[in-house]
Design a protein around this ligand. Structure first.
Ligand code: ZN
Length: 340
């Protein structure tokens, strides 16, 4: 009951990359960088196991950013000439690569870290990929000229990599779609469809993570503008409930999401955010258990997973580690409290 997992990313150690940044610069290059990424991956596998988590990730230690890490292996993308673009409906500016030709994978994207992680843990392994709609919102398109077409082109490539990850022994493949909370109408109209293309033929567990973004200033300011009740999920969840995606990861603790919206995800596993990634204050096990208790009013207990609200990449490493421990202890306490 109440298996624990995280949204995906974890802070990079100071010897691997700049700390406390969303787009950190690597501290090494070439072979030394590959070795450092592998070491950091193993470190976090061990830390997640020690904290007591059930479904582990590679902590996204091998990618600079959750979207651009994938794009680096895609032909048809010009990384040499990045342009500044307002992303997530102009919430913040980012330097993004340009789509300049037909998209094709140059080869495997995440084979090294997936196989490494698989070889070093017996626990379930989850692997995260950016969702098609969020990718479309994080590149400058100079070729396709149509967001839906571009999303499907990316979805095909994601599917190719996802099938390979499944063959590598990954148990869960999760697509991150923060853009679903920004373009709700489009998400319901074609975002979920593009996602279906990305999971086509997979037999492993599939998941989607939808959030209000990392705990960075631009996102914190945006959240303040969203009013008393955040009802973005209400527009997208019915389309997801009707989809083949099995798990939905969402924000809960300290958010203004009305918890009853979780009831819209009938038939799905719900990964409830019980750890706030926008605050350095570590949750107590009691708080975590209380959040699980609130979610239980709307999610059957056998479908409830305890998770973080979002990725932890820009956080302080020590704080992140304490939060992983709080997550596991809180879920354990909830099992005592709400177990039969
Ligand atoms: Zn997120």
């Amino acid at each position: 009951m109440f298996p624990t997992t995280i949204a995906g990313s974890l802070p990079k150690p100071g010897w691997l990359a700049e700390t406390h940044k969303l787009w950190p610069r690597w501290k090494a290059e070439g072979e030394a960088l590959q070795e450092a990424k592998a070491d950091a991956t193993l470190l976090w596998i061990k830390m997640q196991e020690d904290a007591g988590l059930d479904v582990l990730t590679d902590g996204e230690q091998s990618r600079q950013h959750f979207v651009h890490g994938f794009l680096e292996q895609v032909e048809g993308i010009d990384f040499a000439h990045k342009v500044e673009m307002g992303i997530r409906n102009d919430r913040y500016k980012a330097m993004v690569p340009q789509v300049v030709g037909p998209l094709r994978l140059k080869g495997r994207v995440h084979a090294a870290e997936a196989r490494l992680a698989r070889a070093h843990t017996q626990r379930k392994l989850k692997f995260t990929l950016p969702g098609p709609m969020t990718i479309v919102d994080t590149v400058a398109d100079r070729f396709y000229g149509d967001r839906v077409k571009l999303a499907h082109a990316f979805a095909e490539l994601l599917n190719q990599e996802a099938r390979a990850l499944e063959a590598d022994g990954v148990d869960v493949i999760q697509f991150d779609e923060p853009a679903f909370n920004v373009y709700m109408k489009e998400a319901a109209e074609w975002g979920v469809q593009a996602l279906e293309r990305a999971v086509q033929g997979l037999t492993c567990t599939t998941a989607v993570h939808i959030c209000y973004g990392y705990g960075i200033q631009a996102n914190n300011d945006w959240k303040k503008s969203l009013g008393e009740q955040w009802r973005q999920y209400e527009q997208v969840f019915p389309a997801l409930a009707a989809s083949s995606i099995r798990q939905v990861s969402l924000e809960c603790i300290h958010s203004h999401v009305p918890p009853e919206l979780m009831a819209l995800l009938k038939g799905k596993d719900v990964l409830v955010g019980v750890i706030d990634v926008a605050s350095d204050v570590v949750e107590t096990p009691q708080e975590v258990a209380d959040t699980i208790g609130r979610a239980l009013q709307f999610v059957p207990r056998e479908r409830l997973f305890a998770c973080t609200n979002c990725g932890m990449a820009p956080m302080d490493r020590e704080v992140a580690l304490k939060k992983l421990e709080a997550l596991a202890r809180g879920a354990a306490l909830a099992r005592e409290k709400y177990g039969r």
